[in-house]
Design a protein around this ligand. Structure first.
Ligand code: C2E
Ligand code: CA
Ligand code: CA
Length: 695
């Protein structure tokens, strides 16, 4: 046994070493979780490098402060080069450890190997640091304790890696407490490894520190501890700040996601009713087709269009209209099951999709249920403004196997309901498809038809009932389509009304009539009053009276030579608005007639207030005139009513001598019909006029 130098310890420095070790551990754990979150980005490499430097510095500094707390009764110092090497070892080991900790998926075997490598790394740093003292004779180590110190280093390193990977797994709440606890344990482990290593060292009496003239120990103690402490703190603060930023970014990403979800919802839903819109509906139909293909099941599409909705919007305002749509949306949803779809296509069009329909009987049953939604008024206390549905039904797969086919066929069936008197439902039939295609074709060619000069006007004469003299004519629009041939206005006018093209078309008619009347006058003909039909869309369009006055003025036609016919249904639908339009036209000097009288429901008081010149009794009444007693008494009543309101009565569709004779008896004022004159070209009308004058 050699006599040994007795070391002493400076305990405040021992505690400082413990603090630094724990702080370094905490920083490392914090960094580890930070780096794990970064995935494989380039940021990761920067954080790894920075983290390795601060962690390496931490371990190394702890080691050095630990060394400084140790003193021998001889002057001590450290060789700068070797000290630097020990620092480099600490940083490299830290890099290796951090990289490992943050890669995830640490198996037991890998944990063992990495822990061992890291432990050995820390130990080599320690013993390299010791070597920097350059003792002469060299330090001797007690083999067992030396081995123990390496073991402690390995266990501490393995524990550190394990704790870091456990903290990473996010399974643990209160991460902060865990980290603090783990950091303290690791700090203790590192410190005990250090002091175990120191205990293993023996300094024979007479040893000399060859590096005593190197770095001064006191100076080292203060600088190293101070700078390491600040570096660790800065790293920790940076890491926490960056994590905050990350949290903010995450919150931002979250809110962006929720905004996107809202936008997506908006893009897929109708704002007013919250129902799925066209986009979502089409998507759902596609899904239904896909699933029905697999399960061999049927489903039904109901295309619902409202009749009478416009009247509510016009007379009670848009808020009332919106209320109707919302109420209807909720009623429809209540009728069907949760998994069925109620969608709004826009305006007053709804589509209901019902899955799992075994047969047409079931489909009818559901149509009846949809009908019941309209049984009670959709707006409180407004029974006088009824809304009724026209429902077209298409079944998958019989009526179509694609989204477009199904929708178009349900739409076509709905159209047929409208054409057949509305307020009903119908299943799609193949013949409707032809009708639908024709409708589309007509609508498509309408816009070009004016330029292509395909329209012309015919005139049907109106005669005095008493003496059959010519009193005027009604202008009737005609269309000679390039491929479809002559198309009836009864067919294309409703289509033009739906698409809004009626406005331009209506103006064209007025312009054409005025042009021909101008020529008529210039040809020296006796003036003739012409009646022009006005569509409801035209009548309701803003500035219509100004437009008409503009046209008549351009041709130099006096308004007193023109009469406008408005159908009874249209006039009564929104009587207040009609009244205003009628007043304007009358004030401008035009005459007016109520067309197709008897087909709608008139209010006597409005008829009175309108104060129009003529009432045209619908053709259907004239038809029944001579067939039964009742038909005759109705016409008689209408004529009496008109006269009591100071209106002239025009009988439409007079086809037989018997009808004419009876109308004369009933004191009807004017007649119009195939018997005395079919619609004709202006030249024929001229000839007729000349004949009559010459007679
Ligand atoms: P409307 O105003 O009731 O016109 C009378 C319709 O009855 C005309 O049909 C005419 O040809 C037909 N008619 C006349 N006398 C007889 C008869 O004795 N027997 C039979 N069976 N029919 C007769 P048209 O020309 O096919 O017009 C149909 C409807 O189209 C018109 O009904 C009118 O509502 C609309 N219409 C025609 N031209 C225009 C127009 O320029 N503008 C607007 N908005 N609608 C028009
Ligand atoms: Ca008419
Ligand atoms: Ca008529």
């Amino acid at each position: 046994m050699f006599p040994l130098l007795q070391p002493t310890y400076n305990f405040p420095l021992v505690y400082a070493a413990l603090c630094i070790a724990s702080l370094a551990s905490y920083t490392t754990l914090d960094l580890a979780s930070r780096i794990s979150d970064l995935g494989n980005s380039s940021q990761r490499r920067w954080w790894l490098a920075g983290g390795a430097i601060s962690m390496g510095l931490g371990i190394w500094c702890m080691h050095f402060v630990g060394m400084l707390s140790f003193s021998l009764p001889i002057p001590l110092g450290y060789h700068v080069g070797i000290t630097a090497v020990s620092l480099i070892i600490a940083v490299l080991v830290s890099y290796f450890a951090l990289d490992l900790m943050t890669r995830g998926g640490l198996s037991a075997a890998r944990l063992g190997i990495s822990g061992t490598l890291m432990g050995v790394g820390i130990a080599s740093m320690h013993y390299t640091g010791m070597a920097a003292m350059q003792m002469d004779p060299g330090i001797r180590y007690k083999p067992l304790i030396f081995a123990l110190s390496i073991l402690i280093a390995i266990v501490a390193a393995t524990a550190a890696l394990w704790i870091a990977s456990t903290l990473r797994s996010n399974k643990i709440r209160r991460v902060f407490m865990w980290r603090v606890g783990a950091a303290l344990i690791m700090g203790c482990a590192i410190v005990s490894m250090h002091y175990t290593g120191m205990t293993a060292a023996e300094f024979p009496l007479g040893s000399v520190c060859m590096a005593a003239s190197g770095i001064s120990t006191n100076w080292l103690a203060v600088t190293i501890a101070g700078s390491t402490f600040s570096i660790l703190t800065i790293t920790l603060v940076l890491s926490v700040l960056d994590a905050r930023l990350q949290v903010k970014t995450t919150a931002y990403v979250q809110s962006l996601k929720s905004v996107n979800e809202k936008l997506q919802h908006q893009a897929m839903h109708d704002a007013l009713t919250g129902l799925p819109n066209r986009v979502l509906l089409f998507e759902r139909i596609q899904l239904a087709i896909d699933s029905a293909e697999r399960t061999q099941k049927q489903f039904a599409l109901y295309f619902i269009d409202l009749d009478g909705f416009k009247a509510i919007n016009d007379s009670l305002g848009h808020a009332a209209g919106d209320g109707v749509l919302k109420e209807l949306a909720s009623r429809l949803k209540n009728v069907v099951r949760k998994e069925d779809i109620v969608a709004r296509l826009g305006g007053d069009e709804f589509v209901v999709m019902v899955g799992n329909i075994p047969d047409a009987g079931m489909a009818s049953h559901i149509a009846e249920k949809l009908f019941e939604c309209f049984k009670t008024s959709l707006i409180p206390d407004q029974a006088s403004l009824p809304i009724s549905p026209s429902i077209g039904i298409a079944l998958y797969p019989d009526d179509g196997t694609t989204v477009d086919e199904l929708i178009n066929h349900a739409d076509a069936a709905m159209y047929e309901v409208k054409a057949g008197g509305r307020n009903n439902y119908r299943f799609f039939e193949a013949s409707m498809n032809v009708a639908m295609k024709r409708t589309i074709e007509i609508q498509r060619s309408l816009s070009a038809a004016i330029e292509k000069n395909e329209f012309f006007v015919q005139y049907q004469p109106k005669f005095d009932c008493a003496d059959d003299s010519l009193l005027g004519a009604e202008a009737l629009l005609r269309w000679k389509h390039s491929t479809l041939g002559l198309i009836s206005p009864a067919e294309f006018i409703p289509i033009a009304e739906r698409s809004g093209q009626i406005i331009a078309l209506g103006k064209w008619v007025i312009d054409e009539v005025c042009r021909q009347m101008r020529a008529w006058h210039e040809g020296g003909m006796k003036p003739l009053k012409v009646a022009i039909n006005l569509s409801q869309i035209q009548l309701r369009s803003p500035g219509v009276v100004e437009d008409i006055l503009h046209i008549t003025a351009a041709h130099g036609i006096s308004p007193s030579m023109l009469m406008f016919e408005i159908t009874e249904t249209v006039a009564m639908q929104d009587a207040e608005a009609t009244m205003a339009a009628i007043r304007q036209l009358q004030d401008a000097g035009f005459e007016l007639a109520i067309d197709d009288f008897g087909t709608g429901y008139s209010s006597l008081s409005y008829l009175q207030q309108f104060g129009v010149q003529q009432m045209k009794v619908d053709r259907s009444f004239i038809n029944n005139l001579t067939t039964d007693e009742k038909g005759q008494s109705i016409v008689a009543a209408i004529i009496r009513l008109a006269h009591s309101l100071n209106m002239e009565v025009v009988a439409e569709g007079v086809e037989t001598e018997a009808q004419l004779a009876l109308l004369k008896e009933l004191k009807c004022d004017q007649t119009q019909g195939y018997l005395l004159g079919r619609p004709m070209d202006i030249s024929e009308l001229k000839a007729l006029m000349v004949d009559i004058v010459e007679m």
